[in-house]
Design a protein around this ligand. Structure first.
Ligand SMILES: *Cc1c(COP(=O)(O)O)cnc(C)c1O
Length: 413
């Protein structure tokens, strides 16, 4: 089967308008937009009644298993603007040994590391770039901790859009090289991701670059939303009890929450929702601080540091959307230490054979903590998001050498 089987099918699209996530103000579809007038993310709205009539839930099972099968719930109007590197449905992998060890039954990992460019950033960026193409963008710019830049560069090159990418100076070498290899102009900046974001903002003003920062354009959420659609479909339309999501800018958490509402409106699922657990690192936990203080907005986290680079985001423009979803779901925001993250990565690989990225490790560490604190029970179905392949991160050097010419004690190997 060709990976673009869903692309060749001409299907109707159902976007009606865009809406400010804060004020509800309406914006026209089919025009280039950044943030709303009050500086908050725009959400895409669909004629869900019409989608309901056009797309019976069972039809999905007949389509090839990739992100574009949800076309009626996605913003791209014209089929020729769809871009793809093969955004497959990612598998759900049980961690049976780790679950048993903790006395629990259902611990599952949605392994997003299988996506193009090795992370779930592909879901958001494939949509953002397809829409940028549709709306005539020539050059995109973005700040990144690594994975978003890689996905943006790949898809932009594929459709002939130029990309300019800024990352913190200490971004892992492999990410910076990947971004450059996929055709972007990439710069290391002596600052954190929000400092990089300011440079993008300035370049956007001076050079007319289109700002592809997290949640600063409306379509990455729509791409990330497919995690929620896919999860529901894979679990036969029964959502899990609890979802652990490593939260940086929160695009995926916000997107899944939006997907759940849309699916309920379509009659695909009922009103039961998973508890959404926003997982952050102790060295950068602005959402946890705001959650615990009962605030709807989060202040910047100073001196952010953690080995889980993907969630090293000191400030998020969608803070209130993350916190609203977590609270409405009955979930929590929780922080885990770098030591517990490293231990989780090590355990999952050693015992269950699944190499998580550090951010994925953070969700396992958080599940363990939540179980210990009674926030989740051993009977509950828990889904962790592993957002990138563990191969993209520096691994501990555990190699040993052997002299083939000397005497070898095979009993000691
Ligand atoms: C971007 C990223 C995250 C955070 O995702 P958001 O949806 O922006 O919160 C987590 N882990 C990895 C590996 C990432 O690349």
């Amino acid at each position: 089967m060709r990976h673009d089987a869903n692309i060749t099918a001409d299907r109707q699209t159902f976007v009606t308008h865009l809406e400010c996530s804060m004020t509800g103000e309406r914006y026209e579809a089919d025009q280039l937009h950044g943030l709303s007038r009050v500086g908050r993310p725009l959400l895409v709205r669909y004629d869900l009644e019409a989608v309901k009539a056009a797309l019976p839930r069972d039809e999905l099972a007949r389509r090839p298993a990739d992100l574009w099968k949800y076309r009626e719930l996605l913003p791209v109007r014209r089929t020729e603007n769809i871009v793809s590197l093969g955004e497959i449905a990612t598998p759900i992998i049980p961690l049976d040994k780790l679950a048993a060890e903790a006395g629990a039954k259902h611990l599952w990992v949605k392994d997003e590391g299988r996506l193009p460019t090795g992370s779930f950033k592909a879901r958001g960026l494939v949509m953002a770039i397809a829409m940028a193409k549709e709306l005539g963008v020539k050059t995109i710019a973005m700040p990144t901790n690594g994975n978003a830049g890689a996905a943006a560069a790949a898809y932009a090159s594929r459709v002939g859009i130029e990309s300019v990418i800024f990352c913190p100076a200490d971004t892992p070498e492999v990410n910076v090289r990947e971004i450059a290899a996929q055709g972007a102009r990439v710069y290391r900046v002596n600052g954190l991701i929000d400092d990089c974001g300011k440079l993008v903002g300035q370049g956007a003003k001076e050079r007319g670059w289109f700002d592809l920062s997290t949640l600063k354009e409306p379509y990455r959420i729509e791409g990330k939303k497919t995690m929620g659609l896919e999860l529901a479909e894979q679990l036969d339309w029964q959502l899990p009890d609890v979802i652990f999501y490593p939260t940086g800018g929160g695009t995926g958490l916000i997107g899944m929450w939006k997907a759940f509402a849309e699916m309920e409106a379509l009659g695909w699922i009922g009103s039961k929702r998973p508890r959404m657990i926003a997982v952050q690192a102790e060295g950068c936990a602005p959402m946890v601080r705001a959650f615990e203080a009962g605030e709807r907005h989060a202040t910047r986290w100073e001196d952010a540091h953690t080995i889980a680079m993907g969630i090293r985001v000191p400030q998020a423009v969608g803070d209130f959307l993350i916190l609203d979803a977590v609270r409405e779901s009955g979930g929590v925001a929780m922080a885990v230490s770098d030591e517990s993250i490293a231990r989780a990565v090590d355990d999952a690989a050693r015992k269950d054979g699944l190499l998580l990225c550090p951010e994925g490790g953070a969700t396992l560490a958080a599940w363990r903590k939540a179980l210990a604190e009674g926030l989740v029970s051993p009977e509950e179905k828990a889904v962790l998001f592993n957002c990138a392949t563990g191969l993209k991160y520096p691994l501990a050097d555990q190699s040993k050498t052997l002299d083939k010419d000397g005497p070898i004690d095979f009993s000691a190997l």
